[in-house]
Design a binder for this molecule. Structure first.
Ligand SMILES: NC(=O)c1ccc[n+]([C@@H]2O[C@H](COP(=O)([O-])OP(=O)(O)OC[C@H]3O[C@@H](n4cnc5c(N)ncnc54)[C@H](O)[C@@H]3O)[C@@H](O)[C@H]2O)c1
Length: 351
C-alpha cells in the first residue's frame, strides 16, 4: 500500500486531502501540531474538529507534532512515497503582527519537510501548498474594468494570472514572503536534488469543514456568519473578485499530479476565469439561500487587499488534464447546506 504523509492534516485542506487519499487506498499519516486554534490569539472551539474527524477514518494515522521539530519529519518521511505539505501559519493579518512565528512555521517548516524528503531513502514526491500571494502587489498593476457589482481584469490578463507572472520587486506581506520562500525552495529541491515536486499556487479554496474567520477563509466566514447572524464587515466596496475552487477539485489536481505530473511542476490553482465571485455577489447568493437580508457593515480597504485575483488555469489543464467542475453557485449551496446542518458549531460566532 502506498504511503502518503499530510502535514497540516488537522486543517481544512489537509483533512480533505487525507480523507480522499485514504479512500483511494493510500496509507495516510497526518502530522499536525493543532496550532490553528491559536490563530488570531483566540481559542477556536472547532480547532480540533478535523483532527477528530480523521480519527474516525481507517488508514489514517495521526501524529500530533510540530513539523519544525528535528526528527519528526525525518521519521514520518522515512518510508513515505509522497508528502502533501499543507501545514502553515495561514493568516496574512497574523503574519503582519507576528512575522517571526509566520517565518518559522512557513519558511523553516517547509525547509524541514524538504530536507526530510531529500534524506529519505524513498525520495517521496512533494506536493507543496503555495499561494497566489507569491505574486504580491504586482497583481495590483493589472488594469481593471469596473462593473456594478464587481471589478474585472482588463487587457492581456483577462484570462487570469499565469505562472510566469512577476514574483518580486513589490510588496508581499510576511505571509507572502514566507510562502514564496517555501515555493522557491520546493522548486529547487526538485531541480537540484532530483525530487519530484508539485507546487500549487492556490487562490481561494473553499468547502465543508472550513472554519473560516474574518482574516482567513472569507467564503466560509461569510456563510457561517450569515447563518448565525454574526456581524459581517465588507472591507472596501465589496466589488473585490476572486476565483473560487471547491476543495474536492483541488485535491483531484494533487492526485493527477501524483499520477501523471512532470518531475517539477508549478501550477496556479483556482476556479479560473469561469468560476469567479465578488463579495457582493456572494452576499446575494446567501440572501437567496437563507431567504432574508444579511447584516453587513462597510469598513475601510485593508492595506494588502487585492481588488481582483483570478488564476490562469491553462497550465494545469494542459499538463495534468485537470478542470474544475464545481461552480461557485453549486459550491456555495453545498457549503451553506453543510453549515446549516452543523449550525450548533458556530453559535459562538454570534456572541
Ligand atoms: N485555504 C485557502 O484558500 C488557501 C489558499 C492559498 C494557500 N493555502 C495554503 O494551503 C495550506 C492549507 O491551508 P488551510 O486553509 O487548510 O489552512 P488551515 O489553517 O486550516 O490548516 C493549516 C494546518 O497546519 C497546522 N500547522 C501550522 N503550523 C504547524 C506546524 N509548525 N507544525 C504542524 N502543523 C502546523 C495547523 O494546526 C492547521 O491544522 C497552507 O499551507 C496555506 O498557506 C490555502
Amino acid at each position: 500500500m502506498a504511503r502518503i504523509v499530510v502535514t497540516g492534516g488537522a486543517g481544512f485542506i489537509g483533512s480533505h486531502a487525507a480523507e480522499s487519499f485514504a479512500a483511494r487506498g493510500y496509507s495516510v499519516v497526518v502530522v499536525d501540531n493543532l496550532s490553528r486554534g491559536r490563530l488570531l490569539r483566540r481559542e477556536d472551539p472547532n480547532a480540533n474538529f478535523n483532527w477528530d474527524y480523521l480519527g474516525r477514518i481507517s488508514n489514517v494515522e495521526r501524529i500530533r507534532a510540530d513539523i519544525r521539530d528535528p526528527g519528526v519529519m525525518d521519521l514520518a518521511l522515512r518510508d513515505a512515497d509522497a508528502v502533501l505539505h499543507a501545514a502553515a501559519q495561514t493568516a496574512v493579518t497574523t503574519s503582519t503582527v507576528d512575522p517571526e512565528t509566520d517565518f518559522l512555521s512557513n519558511a523553516l517548516g517547509t525547509f524541514r519537510v524538504l530536507e526530510a524528503a531529500r534524506l529519505s531513502p524513498r525520495r517521496p514526491t512533494v506536493l507543496y501548498c503555495s499561494t497566489n500571494k507569491v505574486y504580491g502587489a504586482n497583481v495590483n498593476r493589472v488594469p481593471l474594468q469596473e462593473a456594478k457589482d464587481r471589478y474585472l481584469f482588463a487587457g492581456e490578463y483577462e484570462r487570469g494570472i499565469p505562472e510566469d507572472y512577476g514574483i518580486d520587486l513589490c510588496e508581499h506581506t510576511p505571509y507572502g514572503c514566507s510562502k514564496l520562500a517555501g515555493d522557491l525552495y520546493a522548486q529547487d529541491y526538485g531541480h537540484l536534488y532530483g525530487l519530484r515536486v508539485g507546487v500549487f499556487r492556490m487562490s481561494c479554496i473553499y468547502g465543508t469543514r472550513q472554519f473560516g474567520m474574518e482574516d482567513q477563509g472569507w467564503v466560509a466566514w461569510f456563510v457561517l456568519a450569515s447563518i448565525v447572524g454574526a456581524p459581517l464587515t465588507l472591507f472596501g466596496d465589496g466589488r473585490q473578485v476572486r476565483d473560487l475552487l471547491w476543495v474536492d477539485d483541488l485535491i483531484r489536481a494533487y492526485e493527477l499530479f501524483l499520477e501523471r505530473g512532470p518531475q517539477v511542476g508549478v501550477y496556479n490553482m483556482g476556479g479560473g476565469p469561469g468560476n469567479t465571485l465578488s463579495l457582493l455577489e456572494l452576499l446575494e447568493l446567501l440572501r437567496g439561500h437563507l431567504g432574508r437580508p444579511i447584516r453587513c457593515a462597510y469598513g475601510p480597504w485593508r492595506p494588502s487587499d487585492q481588488k481582483v485575483y483570478i488564476s490562469s488555469i491553462e497550465k494545469a489543464r494542459r499538463e495534468l488534464g485537470w478542470e474544475p467542475v464545481v461552480s461557485p453557485t453549486e459550491g456555495v449551496a453545498r457549503l451553506t447546506q453543510w453549515a446549516m446542518a452543523h449550525r450548533g458549531l458556530f453559535s459562538h460566532l454570534a456572541a
